[in-house]
Design a protein around this ligand. Structure first.
Ligand code: SF4
Length: 593
């Protein structure tokens, strides 16, 4: 196999600035593609596979833009080169096959015209240039009056005709190469007259017509049934062998990867999390996400009743976690994973197989394959990430109080009541992460409701019911994680405190007793929050500042800004608790709680 690197992508960053924030779709992606090699990029929807391809081709739609890194094709930097030079590479040397052939072809142009158009745009391609030069030569002769004009005109006409014949022959040759029957007839037909598999073949023919050195196939077989899929993949491989090309195959289908790829890059949340040969990835996966992907596909030799999906939801691209992006869904997450993104660690001696997972390092440590110092060095480098983590974890999750009682049931299903402090931290982190999703879903719901009201729901294209479901889902997720983060005693104590407020207030009891209960509740909540959940709830800040505020009052110095802020926070706490109380006891608005 020829190992000359065709393409080197190094630390590529692509971002989309949209009104709701910045989306880092590609976040430091690096890989190489050699001639005669098929490299797969695999990952779930939204992991940044296609954006990586479009970044390489520089066909990103606005507001997408490459904000960092380098893309070298045959050692020549492709980023920031003049458009003319880029055009020479794009299409001629590097071509792309898009996933949706029906919408990628022009419905009102015949297939022949669309193929001819590609040649005309790229007449400088080596395979076409020689023929085209004959036309240019004849035209120049006529222009320079280098002979009898009649003869020169005739020569030009012949050269043009030869060139047109050459283009037609090239189109027919390509259609035959990709296995289209009766190519002469097919050239005159329009896209709607072709099946999905045939259209995909036409797309491959268009990509190959200038004999590129590298082909990027973006989900080339997604819309096709398995038999056609196998034919298309076989076709791509046979053409690759004939033309000695490099191929990048982008797919979410591990079957396609196993069938055609030499090397694989597994992507998650805009990053490559594991890379290796097909054998490495399928027989010795090291990243928890890769393991999850492999567990979720059926195996011929293992009988299972139910396939195992990867738990949780894809990461919120607007708010990537400060540590490992897969942490909220990872069953083996450790505290260190929440603080810093893992680097790529070599799994084999040559460094072909690498993984970005702390668990791999931890396992090596447990098996005494690396020294404690080496691991401590990684942990020490997490200090910076720590700061960002705290910032997120102080976000307001007080609303989750409402869900605590629901969560008790979820909690009781957790057998281990003695959860380690590390696990608690992970649960808190997940609760926070879910909380962010929850707020986002709530915002979407508000937009959906408004658009329904204004009668322009199609503009937002948000399904209100869907968003409702999302909101409810995230709420329960938050609650269950928060609950799991407590020991049983902590949960009971907490719920007891909550019950003081939410249990029916007997009208027989005196006002003083109600007052005493309320006071006990507030004291309990404050004590509980300040002593046990200080890193989780921002209300603690409010309550702590309340103390400071009281002291400031006593000392006669007060910052009005804080007073306003704390009052707002306290009013919000009170309002949400009052709401639960009123709902539970069906008390009228006028009653004093
Ligand atoms: S780094 Fe940690 S959270 Fe990320 S996949 Fe590995 S074990 Fe899971």
């Amino acid at each position: 196999m020829n190992k000359q690197p065709l393409l080197i992508v190094d630390d590529l960053h692509t971002s989309f600035n949209v009104p709701s924030g910045e989306v880092r779709s590609v976040n430091g992606v690096s890989f190489t593609v050699n001639r005669d090699e098929v490299v797969g990029i695999v990952g779930e929807s939204g992991s940044g596979k296609s954006v990586t391809a479009y970044s390489i081709m520089q066909i990103l739609e606005k507001p997408g833009r490459v904000i960092g890194g380098s893309i070298k094709f045959e050692e020549k930097e492709m980023l920031n080169i003049p458009h003319r030079q880029l055009q020479k590479i794009r299409g001629q040397r590097v071509a792309i096959i898009f996933q949706d052939s029906m919408s990628s072809l022009n419905p009102v142009w015949s297939i022949g015209n669309q193929l001819r158009e590609v040649i005309k745009v790229h007449q400088n391609a080596p395979v076409i240039q020689a023929e085209y030069n004959k036309v240019v030569e004849a035209r120049n002769k006529l222009k320079n009056k280098a002979g009898d004009p009649k003869i020169l005109k005739e020569e030009l006409r012949k050269a043009k005709k030869n060139y047109d014949d050459f283009i037609d022959n090239r189109c027919l040759e390509m259609l035959r190469l990709v296995g289209i029957n009766e190519p002469e007839k097919r050239l005159k037909q329009y896209p709607f007259e072709f099946s999905g598999g045939m259209l995909q073949r036409i797309m491959i023919a268009m990509a190959l017509i200038c004999e590129p050195d590298l082909i990027i196939a973006d989900e080339p077989t997604t819309a096709l049934d398995v038999t056609i899929q196998a034919q298309i993949l076989e076709l791509l491989l046979s053409i690759q062998k004939k033309m000695h090309m490099g191929i990048i195959i982008i797919t979410h289908d591990l079957g396609v990867v196993a069938q055609v790829c030499d090397r694989v890059n597994v992507m998650y949340a805009g990053r490559i999390v594991e890379t290796g040969t097909v054998r490495d990835i399928f027989y010795n996966p090291q990243h928890e996400y890769t393991k999850g992907l492999l567990n979720s596909i059926p195996k011929l030799n293992v009988k299972v009743d139910k396939l195992e999906p990867i738990a949780g939801n894809p990461v919120d691209v607007f708010r990537l976690p400060s540590g490992c992006s897969f942490a909220p869904r990872c069953a083996k997450c450790m505290a260190v994973c929440l603080k810093k993104y893992p680097e790529h660690y070599p799994v084999d001696e040559k460094g072909v197989h690498t993984t970005a997972c702390f668990r791999y390092i931890k396992d090596l440590l447990d098996e005494n394959k690396i020294t404690d110092e080496e691991f401590q060095a990684y942990l020490a480098s997490c200090q910076e990430g720590n700061k960002a983590f705290k910032k997120i974890s102080r976000l307001d999750v007080y609303e989750a109080l409402v869900e605590y009682q629901k969560a008790k049931k979820a909690y009781l299903e957790v057998k281990d009541t003695d959860i380690s402090s590390e696990e608690k931290e992970i649960y808190k982190y997940r609760a926070t992460d879910q909380k962010l999703n929850y707020y986002r879903a709530k915002r979407d719901l508000a937009i959906a409701k408004k658009s329904y009201r204004d009668g322009k729901n199609e503009k937002f294209s948000i399904d209100k019911n869907d968003v409702h479901k999302k909101v409810a889902h995230h709420k329960v997720e938050v609650a269950s994680y928060v609950a799991k983060g407590m020991t049983k005693d902590q949960l009971d104590e907490y719920l007891d405190n909550l019950v003081i407020c939410t249990s029916p207030v007997n009208y027989d009891i005196t006002k003083e007793e109600v007052k005493a209960r309320k006071k006990a509740f507030w004291d309990g909540v404050k004590k509980h929050l300040t002593t046990k959940y200080d890193s989780l709830l921002s209300k603690v800040e409010a309550l702590n500042h309340l103390d400071e505020l009281k002291q400031s009052y006593d000392q006669g110095v007060i910052d009005l800004r804080w007073k306003k802020y704390i009052n707002r926070k306290l009013v919000a706490i009170k309002a949400s608790l009052t709401k639960i109380y009123l709902k539970k006891n069906a008390i009228g608005k006028g009653d004093n709680v």
